[in-house]
Design a binder for this molecule. Sequence first.
Ligand SMILES: Cc1cc2nc3c(=O)[nH]c(=O)nc-3n(C[C@H](O)[C@H](O)[C@H](O)COP(=O)(O)O)c2cc1C
Length: 354
Amino acid sequence: MGAVYKNLLKPLFFKLDPERAHELTVDSLRVMRAIPGLSRFLGVFNQLPSAAKPVEVFGVSFPNRIGLAAGFDKNAVCWEAFEAFGFGHVEIGTVTYKAQPGNPRPRLFRYPQHDAVLNRMGFNNHGAQFVAARLAKQPGPGERRIPLGVNIGKSKVAPLDKAVEDYLGSFALLADHADYVAINVSSPNTPDLRKLQEESRLRELLGELVAANAAREASKAGSRKPILLKIAPDLTDGQVDDIVQILHDLKLDGIIATNTTMAREGPFEEINQAGGISGRPVCEMSTKMIARIAKLTEGKLPIVGVGGITDPDTAAEKLDAGASIVQVYSGMIFEGPLIAKRVAKRLAADSGDL
Ligand SMILES: Cc1cc2nc3c(=O)[nH]c(=O)nc-3n(C[C@H](O)[C@H](O)[C@H](O)COP(=O)(O)O)c2cc1C
């Protein structure tokens, strides 16, 4: 199957416009998901042996240490199919409270010479209500074979001073369906979004979400969900210090490091389109940030490591730096979906999960 991707599917996909290739892939996976038992059957060959120890992080039990990062399945149409390739979780979204079309096309570009992708999608998605209705028809928390994270972000139409209400609206609609909720304040393609990483704004936003989460539990309207913050790799050390302090004060469940980068340094400066870069250019930045967070928190805050994983070695570096689990997106475009199986095996062996 690895060879099928490299020799057959990848050359075909790479002839197509990147977003068209993405849509075709999502459509194929949607069909695959709809065939009863197929993803589960294929997963038997690609998941870890059943004797492997599940990985318990922030109260969620993962069958292995690699998941699919946010941005691939924005509307929760095909995520269950990823079990087939060995993924141990999927993060859907980013979902915004209001449905929105995203930025004009073209907005997705590949740089195979750098194992890099650039996107300025701008949170194209069907909106929280629509996605919640779809998730309500799918297996819910506790009934799933691989956990599901729901990543939420700010609607483009919501001004910065209404961002809290906007996130709270999405949280209220989607939390029931999530095994964890990721708060995205780090995508570069929504004007002002990254300003929510600033100290006072972030404290307010996360404080309100934590309060809403506690209220769910107290009112028995639902259980408390793990809340994680997803950050950019372009933060200064001082900003990371502030963020870690906020997460500690508010007892957040974890951090996802990192999103795409705005930096264009060294060999990557030729990538001169507007948007966020992912894949190899972000790998070292993200690993360094993981190491810094792990040091600041003395390893006590669970870290989901993401950014530039292209093989088992780059994934293992994230665990060595302090991540508990990892995610991949761009690496899958260049290496195929079975990258998950290879990474899961290596991380399980390194961590003594087998
Ligand atoms: C096409 C594309 C779309 C993305 N969309 C989102 C998104 O909607 N929300 C989000 O939090 N991250 C999004 N990301 C960022 C990824 O989740 C991930 O953090 C980043 O790409 C680094 O990982 P990678 O190098 O393995 O791709 C997107 C990435 C790509 C390539």
